[in-house]
Design a protein around this ligand. Sequence first.
Ligand SMILES: NC(=[NH2+])NCCC[C@H](N)C(=O)O
Ligand SMILES: O=C(O)CCC(=O)C(=O)O
Ligand SMILES: [Fe+2]
Length: 336
Amino acid sequence: MSTPKRIYTLSSEEAAEAENLTLRLAKEYSGPADEQLLRDLPLLAAELPVGQRRFLRDFALEDELGYAVVRGHTIDDARIGPTPEHWRGRPVPTPEFAEEILLLLHGSLLGEPFGWKTQQDARLVHDIFPIKGFETEQMGIGSTDTLTLHTEDAFHPWRADYLLLECLRNPDKVATIVSEPDLRSLDADVLELLHEPNFLIRPDDSHLAKHNVTKGVDAEFSEIDEMKADDNRVAVLYGSREHPYIRIDPYFMETPTDPAARRALQAVSDLLEASCLDVALEPGDVLIINNHRLAHGRQAFQARYDGTDRWLKRVSITTDLRKSHERRVSATARLI
Ligand SMILES: NC(=[NH2+])NCCC[C@H](N)C(=O)O
Ligand SMILES: O=C(O)CCC(=O)C(=O)O
Ligand SMILES: [Fe+2]
């Protein structure tokens, strides 16, 4: 048994290898949703430096840590160009296609990338940067308010197993917040209630029709609407009793009417808040989140809106495409 490692820093030779690989692939494929690229990803990932690949595999298999960082990729600031004003209306491929490929390659060592028909107009690789007019929103595109702690897409049974965030720029060192609570510190009765289906987690606002192009996706948005009002109670903790997994987004959860369940949710929320750490991503960092263990968020900041804003890329990874089979149009389709 090796102890899990938190960070892998590439040597300059490894960074050059990874960069050459992604620049080459960016010329060979048409965009992040290129069917052939998605088929080829695991084969292509075999060309990434072996140390980095082993690090990701250890992280996944040990399943101990909530997050890990691969640091030291080269980001060509001039090539990627200014931080866009919006994720809509970008060219395909974008100038940062090589960086999107890098993120997808990391993901393919952990599982299969997928996207939501109800989020960022069904794009597979998401942009996270501040957008004018959304400053106070509880979405990745907000800024002036702390993005509260959450499991990514906590409301959904097919949510990601891993969430990957890649930093393209972050001049003000705005921190991503990570919280890896020691759940064993909770009282036994609280733990018991959290392991039972007592809780309502609602879809977050990024899945609302008003934030997306809705053409042809009516059924999916209706389903999101239904999920905002249904009575599908779920457990916040699951898996082993000794080292449980967690699924939580207090901001988008209903306050339980039962006083004991309410206290249990408050206790785990307080523990999450007390377990927070800041991780300020640097350009070239890939943050790998175990979405069954980590709650994450982001510190508040002041957007610049001058092309130099913080800019991350995000992709969701599943270890089991099959569970969403009914929703995907073909065996290899990635949108659910
Ligand atoms: N507590 C929260 N703010 N939850 C929602 C998280 C933001 C959401 N994942 C987005 O894409 O923007
Ligand atoms: O901006 C960050 O560091 C995290 C963003 C995030 O959690 C999200 O967009 O869901
Ligand atoms: Fe998130």
